[in-house]
Ligand binder design. Sequence first.
Ligand code: ARG
Length: 578
Amino acid sequence: MNIQQLLLDKFKAALVSIGAPENAPTPLTRSTRPEFGEYQFNGAMALAKLIKQKPRDIAEKIVAAVDLDGIADKLEIAGPGFINIHLHPEFLGQQMAALVASDRLSIEPQQPKTVVVDYSSPNLAKEMHVGHLRTTIIGDAVVKTLEFMGHKVIRQNHMGDWGTQFGMLLAHLSDKLQANEVAETALSDLEDFYREAKVRFDEEDGFADRARDYVVRLQGGDEQCMQLWHRFIDVSVAHSEEVYKKLNVSLTRKDIMGESAYNDDLANVVAELQEKGIAVEDQGAKVVFLEELADKEGNPAVYIVQKSGGGYLYSTTDLAAIRYRSGVLKADRTLILTDARQALHFKQTEIVARKAGFMLPEQSYEHCPFGMMLGSDGKPFKTRSGGTVKLAELLDEAVERAEKLIAERSTDLSEAERKEVARIVGIGSVKYADLSKNRSTDYMFNWDSMLSFEGNTAPYLQYAYTRVMSIFRKADVDLNSLDAPVSVVEMQERTLAVKLLQMVEAINVVLVEATPHVLCTYVYELASAFMSFYEACPILKDDVDEATRNSRLMLAAATANSIKLSLELLGIETLDKM
Ligand code: ARG
């Protein structure tokens, strides 16, 4: 049940019945204070302007016309014509019971759309580093939420597995294999391998030429060269998969659609752009002049699709990707998660693709940018020696740190249990710290705050979940077979019940804006509402009558299931005990 939607429908009907014009706006918001009820309908003021009448008179008409029988028990007009809606306690009770009985927490799936989500997409020439953490985690949360809401999601891991830097890497790898090294060993540390190859490229006589020769052969599909390339890619993909596994991220090999996959289509893309008069020759290169992105002097932006030497670019590949996603995959929406520095690239790419008709107007192309991860010094996150931080090592450190914390707190866990708790808390902390921040800004990576058991953190929520679960253990009640009427009496019960019913609102924002932090804020507020409820409304004390006890257990069950589901959608694991 989506209460907001239900109210909206009721108010729309009321407006029709009082003869309001069709274009009358219907703003319905959450009330800012409990005295004002749960929701507020602010359509009277807008309508007053439209039909030139007093807003308060209109508000009175709306209140008389709207049918909220059994939903709200009080409507009051405030100020110039706000309508405050107080939900009926019985309605809240019924909705709670339905929520506990439903395996989807009463959240209806939506009309399914096909959504391509391009995320993670690391460059395979190097090890996956912290720069790919945000896209991987945020992307996966978005994907899980979309799927829960019934959409057909096609994951696209647009890995950087092609390009000139592979020339030097393959030349270097070929030498290592000649010297009888095994590929897995030679490539066990991709950072080192890349550095060695680069040094040779810059300093060693003849190596740069060999590297360039490899590029040409690779592009020409030379068999021996392709074999070498496959070896390299295989090892590098395995590195990424290790990280995905540690992160509990849903990407698999079949989601990989790397840059190389579009290689054969690049010439067609450029030819088509030329035929349509969109791309032109300019100093040997093929470019698109974008008047719509001209600078102050009126010079159009230059978007290169083929270099003068004939080579293709990141942009050409993205154009081919658009054609594939809209034409073959039939994407209604395409979401791309990269850091904000690529915003201009995607803006330009979309303009060119739309000009060329590579997408239908109704197919959306949504770049979802995010800020950078900063160290505690406010500069881009680096190792102490200034190198890039490898993701795999960062995650291992998170688990180690969590293990120390858990050892200090819990006494009745076995060694094996403690390890599992440490893994779930450690990984959860890193992921949640990232997910809970508005993605559009930079954020500071800080071990102490992300591993804290207080505040909007994974440990706080994971612990809150175990606290609710412990109530059921103590009561010796199975949370899934609980079925009792819910009476919403105390203020804290009301606040909790309303919160529980609002999860769908948070989810809807995540779907539209690809901002999982909205769901994080939601689940944090929910856990806090539960804590206040639990303090004010005892459940298992002797003097609590059975009906009240069962009603409160129902609220606790709804809370447990809602925290679990929210965290699941965010890709954060929970435990019944820790
Ligand atoms: N490989 C790129 C990088 O690491 C990200 C690719 C994003 N997706 C895309 N279609 N361009 O920056």
